[in-house]
Design a protein around this ligand. Sequence first.
Ligand SMILES: [Zn+2]
Length: 497
Amino acid sequence: MAIETPDTPVATDYEVVIGLEVHSQLLTRSKMFCSCATDYANAAPNTHVCPVCMGMPGVLPVINQEAVAYTIMTALALNCTIPEYSKFDRKNYPYPDLMKGYQISQYDIPLSKDGYLTIEYDGQTRRIGITRVHLEEDTARLLHHGSYSLIDVNRSGTPLMEIVSEPDMRSPEEARLYMQKLREILVYLGVSSGRMEEGSLRCDANISVRPRGQQQLGVKTEIKNMNSFRAVERALAYEAQRQIEMLRTGQPIHQETRGWVETRGITVPQRSKEQAHDYRYFPEPDLPPLVISRAWVKELFEKLPELPDARRARYMEEYGLSTQDANVLTEDKALGDYFEQVVSAFPTSDRKARAKAASNLVINEVMRLLKAHSISIEHSLLKPAAVANLLDLLDQERITGKQSKDVLDEAFASGKLPEVIVKEKGIAPPISDKGELERIIEEVIANNPRAANDYRSGKTNAIQSLIGQVMKQTRGQAKADIVRPLLQSKLDETPSA
Ligand SMILES: [Zn+2]
């Protein structure tokens, strides 16, 4: 079927219904049920393994308390209820990457339920329901080589948190916004690396369409293999359009799992969708049920860091930043932390004005340099103290805005403090002494009679070359906004040569 996506708008006579299942590996040091380290990213295959995560018979799993804590923290940040009792269950399915032949997951009594998160869409705040946040273990990895496959067990048993949303999203764009917001929260909490491209954060989507106004949900498909925000939006736009075309032409939609093929921009059938009973869930007999004390939940709640929405609101309130600037600075936690370190180096007087100046410098200049050099803010040589120092120099008019750009470039490259660079390069403070400037201007007019006469006879552009001469004489240390009016009045009051 030739369907153009994602530019094709979803037809308005049908409504799209989307729910997301997001899996995130947790940033614990050890695996979910054994003491193997989880830092296998750059390790040789099958080096982070033990009898437990290899699924040997007769071994006993032990629950990783930190993984449970991270899951509860996430659930609390997503406004979920935490039950006093929870348990793990076996989810049985045969697949070569599942070492035990079953996965330890959670079925009917997950660690949390009934939460929500909010997104801003189309100028409105939309609340997306969270069905549950539960805990399970990741599988091994299969590496396919033509006619055979190899298995790497390093990933097996890595703590994997699953966040299931309600089918509350009504467009592919909303699904992307939800995913972005969720990622922000996970990264702020410090429980996830948030790296979709590496597969440590993954997203499956359930999507169906129905004629607008119909209450009953249509038959849904599940889409897998989307490893970027853009892929989520594109895959869902394609799938929505495909389903609408099927309904329009009277063809049945099959409940199935489909894979997103990034290179072709389409979804393709993978397998028919399992029902819960296919997994023969039963309580995991090797693990005790979890009794979750209220005191512990309270302790975890009190430990929650400031979350992106709260930080955004604070930046607007405390620093007087615009919504847009506050959004940019809070999207990436590290960037917000950096900005705050710049701000905290300020004297307390006129905090808002300085915060605004810092925000402009970080958003316009620092981010531009980071992008141009493909460096993350955490790895930049330019420290917050250097940015604060540059703002000080500008404030004290020891350098001009133009000079500050060169100084910043140098500070970015070398990590030196701007005041050191200014001293080393002999950058002089701008000339704002009017008497000194007037003397230079008179000299320039006297030495450039033709340009002066051109200006007086109405060729106003001729003033540019005179300004250029003044800047040259002052070695760029005069402020252009002072030079121009001074030059104009001098030209007007001196007669033609
Ligand atoms: Zn292990």
